[in-house]
Write a protein that binds this ligand. Structure first.
Ligand code: COI
Length: 365
């Protein structure tokens, strides 16, 4: 029987936290995901017992049996969300319930136990509380939370694990890719795909990202920052980048994005951006989009703007699409009007500089 213990994370303070000086140095210009705070949240699930051992304790290595199933079969799912410091010093999360729901959906697909919204929020906010000094205060900086679930049962049997760990780490971060205003070049992968129908494309799971590494290397060889994946069945429709969704703006101001077909990650930023664009009265279409339509639209000028969006990337303008047989520059290659207005509209809400008309923000501290 599953336990129904209240979501209470016991806080065991790190006895050797970094000094103010060391922390300040690490927080000056952190490379995305390379700096971690003093604590982490954790709990463990066992078949027949449910979730137990909720704790927030010192950040450190996770002792793991070399036979742990996650190391062999990648039974793992994760999330990404940010905590924002407002000018009055308060700290807020953005739509964390959506991350909790997506983690649960990803867990179902990977045959992992679900984490309740209550536990998810308690772990994330408890960690932020323990590491409050690590939440940066500059506009554009935030504390990136990385909750993940992994199969820790020592077993080489290909079957759902009977022991699973949920961990949350935190990292002070700035921009993931280019500085705002600069567009990035994108490699369109013809030979490799990220997801197939019935696969794990709409789950946030390690394997999807592992599959994107080789094409990501190919992108780098061609001077590109990211990969745009096409559908695996026909290599005809655009899907998403390695770690973010893609949005197209036509020159008449209407907006187009690939529909959530089952092979695309349902991004929280994607949903928020589309909502803000609809609020502006723009037509927003979610449908299958052919690559040829995109290339022709860029060449004819019908497409005036393309941008990527995600929690890590926020809104990143795309300047160029490149592949073996084309190299097209979107408009004049600089950030377009929509990316440079909707991006700040979203971040203004996140940093408490603008009203929050949809009630997306949750105060933590
Ligand atoms: C995010 O935007 O939170 C992501 O997970 C993308 C990437 C860093 C994996």
């Amino acid at each position: 029987m599953e336990t129904v213990a209240p979501a209470q994370f016991i806080h065991v303070a790190n006895r050797h936290p970094l000094s103010d000086e060391e922390r300040g140095r690490l927080m000056e210009a952190p490379v995305f995901g390379k700096v971690f705070t003093d604590h982490m949240a954790r709990m463990t699930w066992r078949e027949g017992e449910g979730w137990r051992e909720r704790r927030i304790s010192a950040f450190g290595p996770l002792p793991m049996h070399p036979g742990a199933a996650v190391l062999h079969y990648a039974q793992q799912v994760f999330e990404g969300l940010k905590a924002y410091r407002h000018e009055d010093g308060s700290v807020w999360l953005f739509r964390p319930e959506m991350n909790a729901a997506r983690l649960a959906a990803s867990a179902r697909r990977l045959a992992l136990p679900e984490v309740s919204e209550e536990d998810f929020l308690a772990a994330v906010s408890g960690l932020i509380e323990a590491d409050a000094a690590w939440v940066p205060s500059g506009y554009g900086s935030s504390l990136y939370l990385r909750p993940f679930l992994m199969a820790t049962e020592p077993s080489l049997l290909v079957q759902p694990a009977d022991t699973v760990d949920f961990v949350v780490t935190a990292s002070p971060v700035g921009a993931y890719m280019a500085a705002a205003g600069e567009g990035v070049s994108i490699w369109v992968s013809r030979d490799f795909h990220r997801a197939t129908i019935g696969g794990t494309g709409e789950a946030k799971t390690a394997g999807n990202y592992a599959a994107s590494m080789l094409p990501q290397g190919e992108a780098a060889e061609h001077g590109c920052k990211q990969v745009l994946f096409l559908d695996a069945k026909e290599s005809r429709y655009i899907e998403e980048l390695g770690g973010m969704n893609v949005v197209i703006v036509r020159s008449d101001g209407s907006v187009l994005t690939p529909r959530l077909s089952g092979t695309i990650l349902p991004g929280v930023t994607r949903d928020s951006i589309l909502t803000l664009l609809r609020d502006e009265g723009r037509s927003v279409e979610e449908r299958d989009i052919e690559l040829s339509e995109v290339i022709e639209g860029i060449e004819s000028g019908e497409i005036g703007e393309i941008f990527a969006c995600g929690t890590a990337a926020v809104v990143t303008p795309i300047a160029r699409l490149v592949s073996d047989d084309f190299d097209v520059t979107v408009a004049d290659g600089s950030a377009g009007f929509v990316a440079s207005t909707v991006g700040p509209r979203l971040t203004d809400i996140q940093y408490g500089r603008a009203e929050d008309p949809h009630g997306w923000m949750r105060r933590v501290l």
